[in-house]
Ligand binder design. Structure first.
Ligand SMILES: [Zn+2]
Length: 265
């Protein structure tokens, strides 16, 4: 079975050309600097409206990955408040380019904090955000007191946001590298996550350079990392959601990764 939609994370200057170079129906990109608080920027010539039109004409679906620094869970006001603002700005920009979804990491609270505060901050963030395209919360590999590394924390986030207005527009992005390095059994992770969230909207398919439960976030091309190939493929197959490979390299490496995966689906 190989009808799954598979694409890759690409450079934001011309995502349509990047998609075509990979024969991929979907791509993911950043809007601006993934490490900065400066708001989103559309690098595509002609801007947001032109990109939206070009993507529709080319039949390319675009996912937007929010900056890594966004942490709406933290108890630190000086990070949480700008994070919420940045999230809304990216939400607005994602909607302008007609994105299929906005992916954001679960974030974390400080080491000594009660995780319940982070769960409640997630509820507040969902309530405060005008959600225009699906907001997909991604599991992370490590970090102290992370919100979406372990299943019980994902459960905490979901319990908290369940009552928030807009919660039906919040979904889940499952990253295979993060699940493995984060210490979650890939044999059951799809079932385990679905039991909590009810949905998996997107898969970030990546091999991992590091061991199970290492807490490290270093992606590898398929077969070049520490994840059992059949297990990796089974997660992708069972999730049954669109796939974005965030693996190293350019078009050639990605095309090889797509082929590796399709062979095993
Ligand atoms: Zn990812």
């Amino acid at each position: 079975m190989s009808e799954l939609v598979i694409g890759a994370h690409v450079d934001q200057t011309d995502p349509i050309a990047e998609a075509q170079a990979r024969r991929a129906p979907v791509v993911q990109m950043f809007l601006g600097d993934p490490q900065g608080y400066k708001g989103p920027e559309v690098a595509y010539a002609g801007g947001a409206a032109a990109l939206r039109e070009a993507a529709a004409a080319a039949g390319v679906g675009i996912y937007v990955h929010a900056p890594y620094i966004v942490n709406v869970a933290t108890t630190n006001n000086r990070i949480r408040i700008p994070s919420r603002k940045l999230l809304q700005q990216h939400m607005d920009a994602a909607a302008e380019i007609g994105a299929l979804g906005l992916i954001v990491h679960g974030g974390h609270v400080n080491k000594a904090d009660d995780p319940a505060k982070g769960f409640d901050n997630w509820r507040k963030a969902v309530e405060a955000t005008d959600i225009k395209v699906p907001l997909l919360i991604e599991n992370t590999a490590g970090g102290d007191n992370a919100m979406t590394r372990y299943l019980e924390r994902i459960q905490g986030v979901w319990d908290a946001i369940g009552s928030a207005e807009g919660a039906d527009q919040v979904g889940f992005c499952l990253d295979t590298c993060h699940a493995h390095a984060g210490g979650n059994a890939l044999e059951s992770v799809v079932e385990d996550v679905r039991a909590i969230t009810g949905r998996i909207d997107l898969v970030h398919a990546n091999d991992s350079r590091d061991d199970f439960d290492s807490g490290a976030d270093r992606h590898a091309n398929f077969g070049a990392g520490r994840i059992d190939p059949d297990l990796l493929a089974s997660v992708v197959r069972d999730a049954g959601a669109p796939v974005i490979c965030e693996t190293p390299g350019g078009a050639d490496e990605h095309v090889a990764d797509f082929a590796w995966l399709r062979e095993r689906l």
